[in-house]
Structure formats: C-alpha cells, structure tokens
Design a binder for this molecule. Structure first.
Ligand SMILES: Cc1cc2nc3c(=O)[nH]c(=O)nc-3n(C[C@H](O)[C@H](O)[C@H](O)COP(=O)(O)OP(=O)(O)OC[C@H]3O[C@@H](n4cnc5c(N)ncnc54)[C@H](O)[C@@H]3O)c2cc1C
Ligand code: SF4
Length: 564
C-alpha cells in the first residue's frame, strides 16, 4: 500500500500579494524561508499581460470603464467598488465605498505610483497636537527600510531638505510639462511649495527593467517594468529563489489556531474547484489589504479567541481611516489654441505640492498635499465630456470639432489629499446577517467625518480656486457649501484605507506590537496598511512597503533565534 503524502508545513504563509504581501514574500524568500502565498485572484504580470500600447480605437468599447474595470477597459487592475458575490454593508447613514483588487499584485498593478515617505512628525501626531495617537516607532526606525525600498523598487524625485517630507535615494525626475510650468508659476506667486513629484517609475534602467519611455500609460501596467507593480518587481524574483509556492485563485477564510494558541495555518477556498482547503505554516502574515486583514482576524474565532484572533483588546476594526480628498478643475485660456508641443511624460504628475502651512494659523489640524492633472492625453471614450462648459463651445458639426481642437489641453485640475484623524465613529465590524458567496461573513462599515476633515477640505477648495484664478482661469464648479461637506469625497473613495489592526506599545489599546506582531499570538504578523496608527498628508504605499520589509526582517531574525 502506498503511504499517503503528507501535506507540507511551510515556514510562512502570506495572505495577499499586493504591496505588503509582495514585499514580505520578496524579503522572506531571500532570507531562506519556504513561503506559501494565498492570493484570491488570478495570476497577472504587466510585463506579459498589459495593454500598454493598445490604441483606444482598437476595441468596440474605446477604453470605456466596465463593471470589473471601473478605471477603464485597459486599466491594469481587476476589482472595483463592487465585486460580484463579495458584498460589504454600511450602517444606516454611512457613506463609504471600498475598492478591492482581486488579482496577483492587487492594486499595485494600477496605482498612481506617488511614492512618499512619511515624515518624522507623522509618527508623533498626538505629541504634536494631542489628537489621535503616536506610533510605537519613529521615522528613524523606518528610514533604513525606506532606503532599501528606494534602491530596489526605484523612485524619482529631487532633494529638497523639507523637514517633514524626507528626501529619498532618488532617480532624476522628469522635467515639468508645459501646463505644469504654468502651475509652478502660479504656486510660486501664491507662496505654495511646488516641487518635482516622487513616483516609483525608473528614469534609469535597473537589472531586468528598462527606463521609462514616457508613453504615459502607467495605469495599464508597464510591459518594460519601468514602474512598480508587485508581480514584476517582487513576486517574480521571489519565485526565482525556488522558495515561493504561489496559490492563486485561493480565497483565505480564516487563520487556524493550534492547541498551543499559536497560528497553525490558514483555511481557504480553492476558487477553481470550490473546495475548502488548509495550508499549514509556522508563521502567518496577513497582507490582504488593511480591512480584508481585519475581516480575516474578526472571522478567526475560536473557544480560545472568541472575539476573533489578535483581538483581546477589542481594537480590531477600530481606528480606521482614509485620506481626505476633493478636486477642482478649471478652464485655463492660456492653454487654449495651443501650439503643438511635446507633452510626453510618465503616467502621472511631474510636479506636486507638499504641505506648506503652519497649523497654528489654521482652523484644522494636520495637512494635505496637492496633486496636479491636465495636459494632452490620447483621446478615448468620454474624451472632453462637458465641452459645453468652455466659453462658447458646444453644438454640432464643424464648429464643435473646432471647439475640441481649441480647448484640447486647456483644463488643469487639482486634487487635495489630506490626513484624517481617527475617530470613534469610523469603524468596521462583522455584519451578523450577511455572508459572501463563499459563506464568509462580510464587513459592515460605519463612517463619519469630523470638523477637522471638513475644515481641511474647505481650505483645499479655496486654495485650488486661487491657483486657477492665478493662472487666469475659471473653475468649472461653484465652491461647495458646508451642507455639501465642502466637496469632501466619501470615506474610502481616495482608496488609502488604513488602520483597523493598529500597532502600539499597550496590548490593551493595540492589536500589534512595534514589530507588527500580534500581542496575543506571537507567530502572527500583519504586513499591509492595517498596522498604521494614523494617516499622514502623504499617500501610504511607500510606508506599507518599508514597514512590510521591516516586519519580514524581524520574522527572519526571530526564526533564526528559534523564537517563532
Ligand atoms: C487607482 C488607485 C490609485 C492609487 N494610487 C496610489 C498612489 O499614487 N500612492 C499610494 O501610496 N497609494 C496609492 N493607492 C493605494 C495603493 O494601491 C494601496 O495602498 C496598496 O496597494 C495597498 O497594498 P496592500 O498590499 O495592502 O493591498 P492590495 O494591493 O490591495 O493587495 C491585497 C491583495 O490581497 C488579496 N486578497 C484580499 N483578500 C484576500 C483573501 N481573503 N485571501 C487571499 N487573498 C486576498 C487581493 O486579491 C489583493 O491581491 C492607489 C490605489 C488605487 C486603487
Ligand atoms: S510612462 Fe513609463 S513607466 Fe509608465 S507605462 Fe509608459 S514606459 Fe512604463
């Protein structure tokens, strides 16, 4: 009789393959660990599968958004605000939207690549103004890992010496485009700091990766690997070590616990067969995205952990935040009837405005940065919708075509991205009445902005309008009123959701310690945005990457010492 082959016990099981999971897999396989990765979506590599150079006229939809591709037919990321059979619910009166990627690499396939370090002040918010909480780590703890991420992944930018906007190990930034020069002039006149942007797009080649050729199609994924996506930059090298087992189409259900109270592995659904399976591991790393990881913990209930895993404090699902955001765009006459000129560049802004003001003189805490958009993009579905809003434009026939030519490239817009302070009205929990198509209980969200965020967004609106006026332009919209929340985007809409499994020094008020290790379960770690104590006025992913690398190094060190 043949002996039954025993299923392997892996050194580490990582759930999710986006920024956090990809980085953990990269670092842990290099440190010699045998890793299994569960990813809910299918395999996808921009280098093989991207539609980077497909012209919009090549398809019937002309690049139009679809149900599974809300950012356009050619966008690199499968997922969206709604996923068939995988609902989430909202408490009465809550406005919250949750964007989820469902593919290898998650949202790193199409993210904006704005790659900013948090600054020293961002880790000590409470010490500064008494609001929220401080992190249990400081900028100095993360700085060596930011350096390593800069070297490995690549980021362009300029050394500016701004205290709370730390410089990195930058590649040369691209020059501002024509409309960005106009923005820079207006910002200088208004004394708003305006500097080259910082994006994880390589402007000089790296081994196995070409330098950017400025096609501007980053959101579709880059076939020459010039921009960062987890599959091409992290997962592929991890697979090359021979130590990564990648299980795609595998939806984690819960983290299992052994009689010793330690994580023993993960149960998951094989989506190709519908079977329930289990993978055994000595260490479990959650990186399914902040709120998915919180959901996994809340659903991992047992006699020993009735409130869910790593949740004896009751904080899992609490202290959740998103970036604040609002936009204003306007018609800029100086850009109309333009002389044809080269506006090639990366698929994102070449300039941006970091936070530049002193809160002591303002009616809100913390800050925001300003992102810039405009320019001459290749026409696709919906091109220049709203033409009737330009002076004298609209109608039919030859004169309408003339209007398109005249006003093409004459729109400039600004997006504010600011820091929300965690509050008691923003949290998520398991909805006791709803399960997804796999039978897994879903999350229910509660969300309410406070005056801190509303006043901050009012300031954004006023600033963007002054910038447009300074350029001699006219905003397309009226200033939103207080009743309209000053145009604040609904919670979740900026897709920078963080927290819910926060780190801290006190096990009574945090789920994880300063190494992103569960206080309650020493072989359980979180490597996505879940551990974040606060937001910052920066986008979060560079910090997710640096923190995940730090966590992976800690796991490797603990394994070496036989502690886990
Ligand atoms: C359009 C867009 C633009 C953005 N622009 C920027 C930007 O410019 N700068 C910035 O800093 N951030 C940006 N972000 C945010 C950025 O994408 C996220 O911060 C980052 O991807 C988070 O990494 P993550 O690993 O936590 O999650 P994700 O990248 O979402 O990866 C999570 C992975 O886990 C998988 N998964 C989920 N649940 C399970 C489960 N139960 N079992 C198995 N697998 C599971 C998912 O399929 C996914 O692949 C943007 C996001 C979007 C959508
Ligand atoms: S702009 Fe550069 S990084 Fe972006 S898709 Fe084109 S070549 Fe790649």
């Amino acid at each position: 009789m043949l002996a039954r082959r025993q299923a392997p016990t892996y050194d580490v099981c990582i759930i999710g393959s986006g920024a956090g999971g990809g980085m953990a897999a990269y670092a842990l396989t290099r440190a010699g660990a045998r890793v299994v990765m569960l990813e809910a979506g299918p395999a996808w590599y921009a280098s093989k599968n991207s539609a980077m150079l497909t012209p919009a006229y090549a398809t019937a939809l002309r690049g139009r958004a679809t149900h599974l591709r809300p950012f356009g037919e050619f966008d690199a990321c499968d997922g969206g605000w709604e996923i068939d059979g995988e609902p989430y619910t909202k408490a009465a009166g809550t406005k919250f939207d949750w964007w989820r990627g469902r593919m290898l690499g998650g949202r790193t396939n199409h993210w904006g690549r704005i790659s900013l370090r948090f600054g020293p002040e961002d880790f000590r918010g409470k010490s500064r103004d008494g609001l929220g909480d401080d992190w249990p780590i400081a900028y100095e703890d993360l700085a060596p890992f930011y350096d390593k991420v800069d070297d490995l992944v690549g980021v362009f930018g300029s050394k500016e010496g701004i205290h709370n906007e730390p410089d990195g190990k930058f590649l040369p930034p691209p020059k501002p485009r024509c409309y960005e020069l106009l923005v820079k002039k207006a910002a200088d006149n208004l004394k708003i700091t305006c500097i080259p942007s910082r994006l994880s797009i390589i402007t000089q080649a790296k081994p196995g990766r070409q330098a950017c050729h400025y096609c501007g199609q980053c959101g579709r994924g880059c076939t020459v690997k010039a921009n960062f996506s987890s599959p091409d930059v992290l997962i592929a090298p991890a697979l090359e070590t021979g130590r990564l087992t990648l299980l795609t189409d595998s939806m984690a259900r819960e983290v299992t616990v052994g009689p010793n109270g330690l994580a023993s592995g993960v149960s998951y659904i094989d989506k190709t067969t519908g079977e329930d399976k289990h993978v055994a591991a000595r260490v479990v790393v959650l990186a399914a995205s902040a709120f998915e990881s919180a959901r996994l913990l809340l659903n991992s209930k047992s006699a020993r952990f009735p409130q869910g895993l790593a949740n004896s404090s009751g904080v899992v699902g609490k202290y959740i935040t998103d970036t604040t955001g609002t936009d204003v765009s306007g018609f800029i006459p100086a850009m109309a009837d333009h002389i044809p000129h080269n506006e090639d560049g990366v698929g994102g802004m070449h300039l941006y405005m970091p936070w530049w003001l002193d809160n002591k003189k303002l009616d809100f805490p913390r800050g925001y940065h300003i992102e810039v958009y405009g320019g001459l993009h290749p026409p696709a579905y919906g091109f220049m919708g709203g033409i009737q809003n330009y002076p004298g434009a609209g109608g039919y026939g030859a004169s309408l075509k003339e209007d398109y030519r005249r006003y093409y490239g004459a729109t400039i817009g600004f997006s504010g991205r600011g820091e929300q302070i965690p509050n008691d009205d923003c949290y998520t929990e398991i909805d006791p009445n709803v399960v997804d198509k796999f039978g897994i209980p879903v999350l229910r969200f509660h969300w309410k902005w406070s005056d801190h965020e509303l006043n901050q967004v009012k300031h954004m609106q006023e600033t963007f309008r002054s910038l447009i006026h300074e350029m001699g332009g006219t905003p397309f919209s009226q200033m939103p009123t207080k009743e309209q929340g000053y145009g604040i985007a609904a919670g979740g809409r900026i897709i920078h959701e963080l927290g819910g499994i926060r780190m801290g020094s006190d096990p009574k008020t945090s789920a994880l310690n300063a190494n992103c290790q569960a206080h309650d379960v020493k072989n359980l770690f979180v490597a996505d945005g879940g551990p974040f104590v606060t937001q910052a006025d920066k986008n979060p992913t560079w910090t997710i990457l640096a923190l995940a690398w730090r966590t992976a190094d800690y796991i490797a060190q603990q394994r070496k010492q036989g502690a886990i």
